[in-house]
Design a protein around this ligand. Structure first.
Ligand code: E4P
Length: 215
């Protein structure tokens, strides 16, 4: 299973990369608005740190605009994945990008039917937003199970990229369900490493080590 970091913060991205925790990065306009840099500069900076797929989102919502913007983003670096909103115009653009060899991440997916259409259009990744579904008292992880099953049933190449991850249980369930990727905020990446028994056990070892005679 691959982990991406869901962040526009270069400090967080460097730290997660140094941990060996991540295989790629996803950004969105909300995350990049916190980076304090023009989008192109922020994405270039991320490409210098991480050697893996880096999703950069278009702002256009019509097919021609998405194609123009996406082609510009794709020129930044070979690792760029153009992030396209799940609109009918977006799906049309994904089909063209596929023919041009440009990788795509179809974002803002909230249903299995949307995921099916993205796969049929040739998306490289589909991003179902589990946390935002949970916020509405729906079961985000149930959607992941449905999409993984449907893609398996028909051998679609599109990878399931679990997005809007809020806590470690989302990550564990994604792995158990066989999702290809989870994109995880930095705070949750650090939570994955934590266990109170590890801290207690280490404190005891270090305490007992003081009793070992010096040699
Ligand atoms: C990822 O690609 C999405 O943009 C992101 O996971 C959304 O997360 P949020 O619901 O926490 O904003």
């Amino acid at each position: 299973m691959k982990f991406f970091i869901d962040s526009g913060d270069i400090g967080e991205i460097k730290e997660a990369w140094a941990m060996g925790a991540i295989d790629g990065v996803t950004t969105n306009p909300s995350l990049l608005s916190k980076a304090g840099l023009p989008t192109r500069k922020a994405i270039e900076q991320i490409c210098e740190v991480v050697d893996g797929p880096i999703s950069a989102e278009v702002l256009a919502t019509d097919t021609q605009g998405i194609l123009t913007e996406g082609r510009e983003l794709a020129k930044i670096h070979k690792n760029i994945v153009v992030k396209v909103p799940l609109l009918i115009d977006g799906l049309k653009a994904v089909r063209v990008f596929k023919a041009e060899g440009v990788k795509t991440n179809v974002t803002l997916c909230f249903s299995a039917t949307q995921a099916l259409l993205a796969a049929k259009a040739g998306a490289s990744y589909i991003s179902p937003f589990v946390g935002r579904l949970d916020d509405l008292s729906e079961d985000g992880m149930e959607l992941i199970q449905q999409i993984v099953t449907i893609y398996d049933n028909y051998d679609f190449d599109t990878e399931v990229l679990v997005a809007s991850v809020r806590h470690p249980i989302h990550v564990v369930q994604s792995a158990l369900m066989g999702a290809h990727v989870a994109t995880i905020p930095f705070k949750v990446i650090t939570q994955l490493a934590k266990h109170p028994m590890t801290d207690l056990g280490l404190a005891k070892f270090l305490e007992d080590a003081k009793k070992i005679p010096k040699g």
